[in-house]
Ligand binder design. Structure first.
Ligand SMILES: *Cc1c(COP(=O)(O)O)cnc(C)c1O
Length: 415
């Protein structure tokens, strides 16, 4: 097993300087030394033979990554292949996979202790906000503030909470697609000695690389673009720092919120096509966003790939494309939004995002229904807001679907 792991890493070293597509297809994925299988095997064994007793036991087990395998919660060959490839994709040194995006988030909060403070972006993912406010704060005594995450606002918040241990950003946000300046906030966080975590889910590692912009930790819900086929729930955390990796390996093993080998295999398969899918997501999304902008049924379109996006300069600076997510405000509020969503035939009315099939939803009554009405109003999450996850179907079919659903929605205005 030690031989297998080292064969994988020297294979990785050869590809480390190559392009994104080459890295995600080859790093961590040397042919299986036992059979010569080109595709990484699904390694189901929960335990691994040892040559001599007691070499890697106790707390040190969590630190034995890359040297061998003992027990599958601690480390598993299929999971390790995914983690190695993902680290290379994100421009990191180490990646750690978890059983969901939320398991990755909760494990990151285990880096803190009771009494510590976290400054979070205000329209952070709903599940993250719920965990911060309703579990981490009351149960573990960690305090949180929620701010509009510009470098200036962050500086002002540090003045109120000196000694803050962690800054939690997410960019672009869900569903308002607000973008935050990763380099700018990294400088402020580091000046005050805090760790910067960036939730990179909406852009994916192909579009945006938080670690190279100064973040200490990049976190992704693999469930979305990385796996990309709506059939795995998983999360991943990527870091450059060895010491942080060791702490997180200890937490990953101790908390035990790890993904299984079969899901690790599927996520690795998804990762291999991330760059191709993301290109098509962005091409399709731009065409759909322009069709929406041209419709008199649409009050406003928010898409990071459009020149009309309020932070377009920042998008051009830190993202490769505008990504696959679009938010728009339909005329007539909830009744027209409802008719629009019911009339779609190629887009599927469903929660979640980032997969090959196009999805549409109403955040006000679906994904964000639990956010109090006044808080929804404060961030511009009105009843007429529609969120689209643009898939990789043929662009003409997507545009036709949007246009005919807008026409059906128009009828509601005169009913
Ligand atoms: C989905 C999502 C998460 C949570 O991930 P799960 O895999 O569903 O646990 C976190 N952040 C963002 C931005 C997400 O979209």
């Amino acid at each position: 097993m030690a031989a297998a792991a080292s064969a994988g890493s020297s294979h990785g070293a050869h590809f480390a300087a190559k392009g994104f597509g080459t890295r995600v297809i080859h790093v961590g994925q040397a042919p299986d030394p036992v059979s010569g299988a080109v595709t990484t095997p699904i390694s189901l064994s929960t335990t691994f033979v040892q040559t001599t007793p007691g070499l890697a036991t106790g707390a040190d087990q969590a630190l034995s990554y890359g040297k061998g395998y003992e027990y599958s919660r601690t480390n598993n060959p299929t999971r390790a292949a995914f983690e190695t490839a993902l680290a290379a994709a994100e421009g990191g040194k180490h990646a750690l996979a978890f059983g969901s995006g939320m398991a990755a988030t909760t494990s990151l909060i285990h880096l803190l202790k009771s009494g510590d403070h976290v400054i979070s972006i205000d329209d952070v993912y709903g599940g993250t906000q719920r965990y911060f406010r309703r579990t981490a704060a009351p149960t573990y005594g960690i305090s949180f503030s929620f701010i509009d995450m510009t470098p200036e606002m962050l500086e002002a918040e540090f003045a109120k909470h000196p000694g803050t241990k962690m800054v939690w950003a997410e960019t672009p946000t869900n569903p308002t697609l607000k973008v935050c300046d990763i380099e700018g906030i990294a400088a402020v966080a580091h000046k005050h000695g805090a760790l910067l975590v960036v939730d990179n889910t909406f852009m994916s590692p192909w579009n945006q690389q938080p670690l190279s912009l100064g973040a200490d930790i990049s976190m992704n819900s693999v469930t979305k673009f990385i796996n990309g086929h709506s059939d795995v729930v998983m999360g991943v955390v990527t870091v450059k720092c060895d010491e942080l990796n060791e702490k997180l390996r200890f937490i990953q093993n101790g908390v035990g919120a790890v993904p299984g080998p079969h899901d690790s295999y599927l996520a690795l398969r998804g990762l291999k096509t991330l760059h191709v899918r993301m290109q098509r997501h962005a091409e399709n999304a731009l065409v759909v966003a322009k069709a929406l902008e041209a419709s008199d049924m649409v009050e406003k379109v928010v898409y990071p790939g459009l020149d009309s996006h309020p932070q377009r300069a920042l998008v051009l600076k830190q993202c490769k494309t505008g990504g696959g997510m679009i938010t728009f405000y339909i005329k007539g509020g909830l009744p027209t939004a409802r008719r629009f969503l019911e009339s779609l035939k190629v887009f599927t009315l469903a929660e979640s995002l980032g997969a090959v099939e196009s999805l549409a939803e109403s955040p006000a009554i679906m994904t964000h229904a639990s956010v109090p009405a006044e808080q929804r109003a404060a961030i511009g999450l009105t009843d007429g807001l529609v969120r689209l996850s643009v898939g990789i179907e043929d662009e003409a079919d997507l545009v036709e679907d949007i246009e005919s659903a807008l026409a059906a929605a128009r009828a509601v205005l005169s009913e």
